[in-house]
Design a protein around this ligand. Structure first.
Ligand code: NAD
Length: 294
């Protein structure tokens, strides 16, 4: 049994921490929001008065926070409080540069650190079926693996510090671009007299086949479980896609990559997110249709 400090008990962190408790670990939680703390107490976590207090008692510190600035702020507090050699696992989705900075800060304070962002959303966090993409050293990865396997169904060691975040933003850049591409094809098909189902039947068995089409189809009908059938309730909210594409666009720029589609996808979701942050990201098809009618 490990003693785990879990900092950030929101939509994702709350159920992830609950799964660690269910597996028999001692989990000490901290969040700024009273409702999150109350749910954590119901889920069997011990509660701390501060992130530092949670970390001081732990072998492992897991953070699940909204952005890189907060991760670095929290690390600034907890690294001093933690016992030497504590294993830090940050599962937030943050900039690669911030992830590397967090790992360096942890190492210089005498600790071990991994970046371990996830995909799978709130449903995956609750079911313990997240996919973890991990950056950091081999030994630290092996030490973290049993905990990650409680919270996830797939755990991949991608490389050194920051490379887990690199996998996350590369994957979500493809996802954002492919959702726009599939949506444009459906709207073009509408204008050309091609039904949604006919296009789906062709493309899902042809070279346009991809997850955005076959698992998460942006128009209602062909894939009954996709958010399009539920008035674009998320699912994966546009606000999160906007954030992830912003991180990808930043990485493209910083690294001098000629990533025109990634940059354009970031711009498209930036605009769409101004009005529709709470809708599923596949609702981009409604925006493309609307703009095509103007
Ligand atoms: P959330 O906003 O629901 O939860 C974040 C929690 O962090 C909140 O409860 C907030 O009060 C807490 N927090 C903020 N600052 C804090 C601090 N200084 N100390 C302690 N707690 C603090 O967000 P979420 O949906 O759980 O997402 C968390 C991370 O996971 C994000 O980086 C997000 O991009 C990533 N992610 C989310 C999803 C998803 O579907 N929601 C999927 C994959 C990855």
């Amino acid at each position: 049994m490990s003693t785990i400090a879990f900092i950030g008990l929101g939509h994702m962190g709350g159920p992830m921490a609950a799964n660690l408790v269910q597996a028999g670990h001692r989990v000490i939680g901290f969040d700024l929001v009273p409702a999150a703390l109350e749910q954590a107490r119901i889920d069997g976590l011990e509660l701390a008065d501060s992130a530092g207090q949670a970390a001081a008692a732990a072998d492992v510190v897991i953070t699940m926070l909204p952005n890189g600035k907060l991760v670095l702020d929290v690390y600034g507090e907890v690294l001093q409080a933690a016992r030497p050699g504590t294993l830090f696992i940050d599962s937030s989705t943050i900039d690669v540069a911030d992830a590397k900075a967090a790992a360096e800060l942890a190492a210089s304070a005498g600790h071990r650190a991994l970046d371990a962002p996830v995909s799978g959303g709130v449903a995956g966090a609750s079911a313990g079926t997240l996919a973890f993409m991990v950056g950091g050293g081999d030994e630290d990865f092996e030490a973290a693996r049993p905990l990650l396997e409680i919270m996830g169904a797939k755990v991949v060691h991608c490389g050194g510090a920051g490379v887990g975040q690199a996998a996350k933003i590369c994957n979500n850049m493809v996802l954002g671009i492919s959702m726009i591409a599939v949506s444009e094809a459906f709207v073009l098909g509408e204008k050309l007299g091609l039904s949604h189902q006919a296009f789906f039947d062709v493309a899902s068995n042809a070279s346009a086949q991809c997850w955005s089409l076959t698992s998460y189809c942006p128009v209602p009908g062909p894939v009954p479980t996709s958010p399009a059938n539920n008035d674009y309730e998320p699912g994966f909210a546009t606000a999160l896609m906007r954030k992830d594409l912003g991180l990808a666009a930043n990485a493209l720029r910083v690294n001098g990559i000629d990533g025109r589609l990634g940059l354009l996808a970031a711009q498209i979701y930036e605009q769409f997110g101004e009005q529709h942050a709470d809708r599923d990201f596949s609702a981009i098809v409604t925006d493309i249709r609307h703009r095509s009618e103007e």
